[in-house]
Design a protein around this ligand. Structure first.
Ligand code: NAI
Ligand code: MG
Length: 359
């Protein structure tokens, strides 16, 4: 490791996003302090989110993307609060960053931790570990459509929400998934669609999948419909390694995966611009959790796991491994927040993670 300072834009945004970003920053700073100056973080925090919207009418500064572009990475909490319609807050901040910075690969590992009970009985006896690769730039979240197109007025309104699939978009996410599979002990890619019912976009997806698969003869493949895949997550998760799916399908499946691992609060994610033309963004999978926000109940592990993905992106896999070890030591010792059956607060878990780094 050389002497590097990483410039990171922190966007805690709303609800528990603020609590878990503070926790993740504390853990990362402790890691850097312990590195003997080998690397460090230069943080700048941005106040964007639903409160900001109420004050200014904007989810992000007008030149916000220009400001963000200068950073090495973005560390994000969660956006959304009952005071602002969810489609305004999500599109105004998170999706705006993902799409403008072409963060087309969303990596969401499903990782089972010691000391945390899974609702899957198999988790006690079987090694379970898979990763959802989500197409993050088009598909069902392309934002294409409109309302009241026919001008029929109240009661007769019409809405169209189209999904966009391009050959380029399909091909790059599939190559990403296959390349990732080659780094794993189980070299397998499962492609998820609903191509029996959605005969245009998802059949294009299937065609590209089969073409790309030919370039990776060493990687096992399967194509599974999304309804069957949701059952497979529960019944045969030991058969999964890399699961590649469109924007909406992967969004749903990754929440299911994190629930199977024990809680939405555990799940980490990376929104990557693999070409590195723009900063990538690291965030827990969960939302702002208004039901528990501000009470010290938020599980910080999803956010800390996302920080580990950020370290991997920076080319510091050994530092990421230190974070994973600290996470396993903490959960293994039974220091758990309420969502995973414990009584520890966000601060208790954060402190335990920092102590585990030292020892
Ligand atoms: P949510 O993920 O915020 O909460 C779902 C359930 O998981 C709740 O019971 C919550 O208490 C629990 N949970 C979530 N994070 C947790 C944590 N760290 N520790 C312990 N428990 C946790 O999803 P919900 O309720 O559907 O959405 C709330 C808001 O978040 C909405 O405004 C939504 O639009 C937004 N949202 C934002 C996302 C993002 O910024 N990436 C992703 C998903 C939702
Ligand atoms: Mg989601």
């Amino acid at each position: 490791t050389d002497n590097r300072t990483f410039r990171i834009a922190a966007i805690p945004a709303d609800g528990v996003g603020r609590e878990v970003v503070a926790a993740g920053r504390a853990v990362l700073d402790a890691l850097a302090a312990d590195s003997g100056g080998a690397f460090g973080f230069d943080w700048q925090e941005f106040p964007w989110g639903c409160d900001y919207y109420q004050r200014t009418g904007r989810m992000i500064d007008e030149d916000g993307l220009v400001q963000l572009k200068e950073f090495d990475a973005i560390y994000f909490g969660a956006v959304g609060w009952p005071t602002v319609p969810d489609h305004i807050s999500l599109w105004g901040l998170r999706l705006k960053i993902c799409q403008s910075f072409d963060q087309w690969a969303n990596v969401r590992p499903v990782h089972f931790l010691p000391g945390i009970t899974s609702p899957l009985r198999k988790a006690d006896t079987t090694e379970l570990d898979w990763v959802v690769v989500r197409e993050n730039s088009e598909g069902e979240y392309a934002g294409l459509g409109g309302r009241n197109l026919a001008g029929r007025g109240r009661g007769g309104e019409v809405a169209i929400q189209s999904a966009l699939f391009t050959e380029v978009g399909c091909e790059r996410i599939m190559r990403f998934a296959f390349d990732l599979a080659r780094t794993r002990s189980r070299r397998k890619v499962s492609s998820v669609t609903k191509s029996n019912a959605q005969q245009y976009g998802m059949v294009l997806w299937d065609d590209v999948f089969h073409r790309v698969a030919d370039d990776y003869p060493d990687v096992e493949t399967e194509s599974v419909l999304v309804d069957a895949m949701s059952a497979k997550f529960v019944l045969h998760p030991e058969d999964l390694s890399v699961v590649v799916a469109s924007n909406l399908n992967a969004d749903i499946l990754s929440d299911l995966g994190s629930a199977l691992a024990g809680s939405l609060g555990l799940a980490a994610s990376a929104n990557l611009n693999p070409e590195r033309r723009f900063p990538s963004m690291f965030e827990p999978v969960h939302g702002s959790a208004p039901d528990i926000a501000g009470q010290g109940l938020a599980n910080p592990i999803g956010a800390v796991g996302s920080a580990a993905l950020m370290l991997e992106h920076f080319g510091l896999p050994e530092q990421a491994a230190r974070l994973y070890k600290a996470i396993e030591k903490t959960t293994g010792a039974g220091i758990l927040t309420r969502d995973v059956g414990g009584t520890a607060s966000t601060d208790n878990v954060t402190k335990a993670l920092i102590d585990a780094l030292a020892g």
